[in-house]
Design a protein around this ligand. Structure first.
Ligand code: SAM
Length: 268
């Protein structure tokens, strides 16, 4: 199970997606799992592959995975010292993460992720995390048991912080399974700056389509999940799309959550 909350997390459709992983293994998969745009990596932590490459443009997120993999106990020891209240949340948020060591930065990242509004990761123009306190039923920080399990699942994974294309072109091999779940983008800007200043725009979708075509040529399997919208219609018609309903969090009040359609596009 993933230990992070993440806007757009694929927790709700992880069973459907894991069927794709199993189908790929039956069809000649080599057992390697690749996830660009990994966020909370809910499918990865569900499948627990023995070999993986995880990529996200969010540097703090990828460092957090590295630290949890190397030393889950040190992270939990710090988390247990942090009081759960609004005042401490804003104090920790205001701390300059660059003066912290990697374990302190990972603990800060997990704490803010746990208690922020709706599991959002949003930054201001200077790259500073600026999501308000969640004040909802967000649960407690992950236990030592949860982070130890995460550490074990991450133990054979390569973790890369950079743009998906830089990380993947040249890295894809025959039989790889590639799952991509980019942020939804509007025509000229993406929604709400949900993922920080290095945002994914509609123009980036074409780079992604080219990469997936290349992956297919290399004999890899891919699954793309995206909003069921015009921007992916042509690609979906070419490869075959399957629509699923998901619930999107749009407000703190759970009665204000809406159902929306996503499409899964795959060469499987
Ligand atoms: C919808 S979220 C992924 C959610 C994930 N599937 C999960 O289950 O939590 C999209 C992710 O893409 C990342 N991202 C945005 N632009 C990127 C880029 N150019 N290259 C790699 N990752 C990027 C964001 O940091 C964010 O974590």
């Amino acid at each position: 199970m993933t230990f992070l909350r993440w806007a757009g997390s694929k927790k709700q459709i992880k069973e459907t997606l894991s069927h794709c992983w199993h189908a790929a293994q039956t069809a000649g998969g080599n057992g390697r799992y690749i996830e660009a745009f990994c966020g909370s990596a809910s499918l990865f932590f569900h499948i627990k592959p023995s070999s993986a490459l995880l990529v996200d443009i969010n540097a703090e997120l990828m460092e957090c995975y590295e630290v949890v993999r190397e030393d889950p106990s040190a992270v939990v020891a710090l988390l247990q010292q942090y009081p759960v209240d609004q005042e401490f949340y804003y104090r920790l948020r205001a701390t300059d993460e660059l003066v912290l060591d990697p374990v302190e930065r990972a603990a800060r990242f997990i704490y803010l992720n746990r208690f922020c509004f709706n599991g959002l990761y949003r930054t201001n123009a200077n790259g500073r995390f600026n999501v308000p306190y969640g004040a909802g039923r967000t649960g407690s920080v992950p236990s030592l048991e949860v982070l130890r399990e995460a550490s074990e699942i991450l133990s054979n994974s390569e973790l890369i912080h950079c743009d998906f294309e830089l990380a993947l072109s040249g890295a894809i091999k025959q039989g790889d399974f590639i799952y991509v779940d980019p942020p939804y983008a509007k025509r000229n800007h993406s929604l709400d700056f949900q993922y920080g200043p290095d945002e994914f725009g509609v123009g980036d979708l074409n780079r992604l389509f080219e990469l997936l075509e290349m992956a297919n040529d290399a004999g890899a399997f891919f699954v793309l999940s995206y909003a069921d919208c015009d921007d992916v219609e042509e690609f979906s018609e070419k490869w075959g799309g399957y629509t699923v309903e998901v619930q999107r969090s749009i407000a703190a009040d759970t009665s204000c959550r809406e159902r929306t359609r996503e499409v899964l596009i795959s060469n499987l």
